[in-house]
Write a protein that binds this ligand. Structure first.
Ligand SMILES: CCCCCCCCCCCCC/C=C/C(=O)SCCNC(=O)CCNC(=O)[C@H](O)C(C)(C)COP(=O)(O)OP(=O)(O)OC[C@H]1O[C@@H](n2cnc3c(N)ncnc32)[C@H](O)[C@@H]1OP(=O)(O)O
Ligand SMILES: Cc1cc2nc3c(=O)[nH]c(=O)nc-3n(C[C@H](O)[C@H](O)[C@H](O)COP(=O)(O)OP(=O)(O)OC[C@H]3O[C@@H](n4cnc5c(N)ncnc54)[C@H](O)[C@@H]3O)c2cc1C
Length: 625
């Protein structure tokens, strides 16, 4: 089960788990004879930032990041994801700092840069000799990248670009690493050549020298204390007509010749803009997967706690009842366990299509990474809250991790693309496919929408337990929802435009149907990845448990999505049958709960005292290293 859940290269994770557990730098503490490693969230913001940098130096000294940018091929990329996931399981700030440097700064140079940039910047980036950050967002514009106001002009007399912050809303804001440590940054700005606006482009600018002094014409400030992620120094940057060499334009998408002539192989401005957004995808992939590991940690702690904690007895002189033996507690945790397993398979699928990407699959990967980054991070926040509550007062103690992970991971629904805005990218792409298929009077293709061409399945009026637990029914009802919502959305768009409403996507994508459709696409694809993973397992006990988990995922999704009743895919009787089946599945999964959370492959040391013997937990804070 671990190999299925964790992906084939779990040995990479175990190597780093061991390194971190042995190291004093990762705060091993003892409670009840067990070793736990827990980030010191009791530190001040500055202390957390300082500790993040010390841990980065420790990991670099041990070669954890050898070949991070030079390692080529699917295996190398999967290994990087695995190592980054382990770091994320320990401390989100540490993972984000490294994510900004390697995935965003390093990724931008790899994707947007050409040979001259690779030769000049990648080696020092690999060795962390320069510290990179990624200045896309501004105080006035985050989601709307096209609206950013930083302007870069070209001085043909000197062969230099001039970067300027024309107003306060144009200041770069939230830039991870900029407040204290970054020496260089990718600057996203509007390129204006002799009055011709060429749209958003990316440039390299130095903001600090090797001694940490701010460069001339640059101003930096701190964004200040956050509700979490205080190991990252987020900063603000202003450019006061900063001059950089012409060669600092990342020119894989477009270039400016010495005489100021603008060239681009991509004629369509939308596609040129898309090319500048591509490096965000790798971050969204790692964020989606790290959210699943965060859910796994919180469920491992809460379910293990519910297998030792007791409350109220049912008869005089009887022992008090284990929390997980209460149906209500099972309903709170076991559907989340099933969803987390489902999203684990979805995360593995996303990583696999990403590492095997081709120019033709970029669009599909953008849509899937948008859907899964939003869906998996929203699920994580919901899981963290439920697990925090399921641990009662112990869930509020920082050293028991679950509570504090809420504030550490909350940002994931916002950075690297606000979840609601990314889900709009999903419904926008689906509408685009629909219109294109209608126009060419041919079946759907692309975005994995081939199932849209099949005839509508008939949903049985009486849903028996065996029907509800069949993959056929589950697939049919998920595809029915997605297909019907896309049709409804397309019809509503044309009807409302016929009535003179705005044709702007920003307006259309805010329809309720667009939101329902994005969720339907994501849920169906997650189910599909679950079925693909299940199909690799031969008949036997493990396959039976996987079947229970997949049915729980499918049925709780039916129960929780109002669209199934709103648009009539389920009758009220059928909805009642679904709810009854979910309760039944809770009882069937209860005996497997401990084995399932153990199959997540997370070492005990990464959990917390209450996951073992909660009585010991009270000895935890009295014991130091
Ligand atoms: C494993 C453990 C790790 C733990 C976690 C570590 C994480 C590590 C990651 C790094 C750390 C994070 C720190 C935070 C960093 C940041 O936040 S960086 C800034 C992030 N900002 C954004 O994401 C901006 C979001 N906004 C946008 O992307 C765009 O504005 C928009 C939403 C796409 C809307 O743009 P709009 O102007 O409406 O343009 P469209 O017409 O929709 O798009 C034009 C075409 O471009 C295509 N496209 C858009 N994005 C992409 C993309 N990323 N890749 C490919 N293609 C893209 C889009 O589909 C359109 O195509 P057509 O429809 O065919 O025209
Ligand atoms: C801790 C942290 C670290 C960050 N690190 C970086 C970094 O290193 N580099 C970087 O460039 N950026 C970084 N960011 C910025 C981040 O990318 C932005 O916060 C994010 O893109 C959202 O933009 P915004 O904050 O301006 O919110 P907005 O875009 O203003 O969104 C605010 C609200 O409006 C809604 N909304 C927006 N547009 C629409 C629409 N069309 N329809 C309906 N609703 C809409 C959103 O759903 C959201 O709820 C970081 C942010 C944080 C908090």
């Amino acid at each position: 089960m671990r190999k299925l859940m964790d992906g084939h290269n779990f040995q990479d994770r175990d190597w780093l788990f061991g390194l971190m557990i042995q190291s004093k730098l990762f705060c091993p503490k003892r409670a009840g004879g067990r070793v736990f490693i827990s980030p010191d969230y009791n530190q001040t913001m500055e202390q957390q930032r300082e500790m993040t940098m010390k841990r980065i130096a420790y990991l670099l000294d041990r070669g954890v990041f050898d070949g991070w940018l030079t390692g080529k091929g699917a295996e190398a990329e999967m290994r990087k994801f695995a190592l980054h996931e382990v770091i994320g399981m320990y401390d989100h700030s540490l993972a984000v700092k490294l994510g900004v440097h390697y995935y965003l700064w390093g990724g931008a140079i790899q994707f947007f840069g050409t040979k001259r940039h690779h030769d000049k910047w990648l080696r020092d980036t690999e060795a962390y000799m320069i510290k990179g950050c990624f200045a896309m967002s501004e105080l006035g514009h985050g989601s709307n990248v096209r609206g950013i106001e930083t302007v870069t002009t070209y001085d043909a007399n000197t062969g230099e670009f001039v970067i300027n912050t024309p107003c306060e809303s144009a200041q770069k804001y939230w830039i991870g690493g900029a407040a204290n440590h970054a020496t260089h940054t990718i600057v996203f700005s509007q390129l204006n050549i002799n009055g011709n606006k060429q749209g958003v482009h990316a440039f390299i600018a130095q903001i600090r020298d090797a001694d940490g002094n701010i460069c001339p014409n640059i101003r930096v400030a701190d964004c200040g204390h956050k509700i979490g992620l205080n190991g990252v120094d987020n900063g603000r940057i202003w450019f006061d007509n900063v001059r950089i060499p012409r060669e600092n334009l990342l020119n894989s998408v477009a270039d400016v010749l010495p005489d100021g002539q603008y060239l681009s192989a991509i004629k369509d401005p939308d596609q040129r803009f898309a090319a500048f957004l591509a490096p965000l995808t790798s971050g969204r992939v790692t964020i989606a997967v790290s959210a699943v590991y965060s859910s796994k940690i919180s469920l491992a702690i809460a379910i293990r706690y519910s297998l030792t904690r007791r409350a109220f007895s049912l008869a005089p002189n009887e022992p008090e009842v284990l929390l997980l033996d209460y149906p209500s507690h099972q309903r709170r945790l076991l559907p989340l366990l099933a969803k987390t397993c489902a999203m684990s398979f979805a995360g593995n699928y996303l990583k696999m299509i990403y590492v095997k990407r081709t120019p033709q699959s970029n669009k599909m990967i953008h849509v899937v990474s948008s859907a899964f980054k939003a869906t998996l991070t929203w699920h994580n926040m919901r899981t963290l809250q439920e697990c925090r509550e399921a641990c009662g007062g112990q869930g509020v103690k920082t050293e028991n991790r679950v509570g504090h992970m809420k504030s550490e991971y909350d940002v994931q629904s916002t950075f690297e693309g606000d979840n609601n805005v990314l889900m709009q990218q999903v419904s926008k792409a689906l509408l685009g496919e629909y219109i294109a298929a209608k126009k060419r009077k041919a079946p759907f293709k692309g975005l994995g929408l081939e199932h849209m061409n099949e005839s509508c399945p008939v949903i049985p009026s009486q849903l028996t337990s065996s029907t509800l637990q069949s993959s056929r029914f589950q697939t049919d009802v998920f595809c029915l929802r997605e297909r019907d919502l896309l049709n409804r959305f397309a019809i509503e768009v044309s009807q409302r435009q016929a009535q003179g409403e705005s044709k702007e996507y920003a307006f259309i994508l805010s329809y309720q149907l667009a939101e329902d459709l994005g969720r339907a696409f994501s849920d169906r694809l997650i189910l599909q990845t679950f079925l693909e993973a299940e199909a690799t397992v031969s008949d036997g006990p493990m396959k039976n448990v996987l079947g229970l988990l997949r049915s729980m995922y499918a049925l709780i999704s039916l129960e929780e999505d109002p669209a199934f009743l709103r648009y009539g895919y389920l009758s009220t009787e059928n909805a009642a049958a679904v709810r009854k089946e979910v309760t039944k599945l809770c009882g069937e999964l209860r005996p497997h709960a401990l084995a399932l959370v153990s199959s997540f492959g997370i070492p005990d040391a990464f959990l917390s005292p209450i996951a073992f013997d909660w009585i010991d937990a009270n000895s935890w804070s009295s014991v130091q290293h």
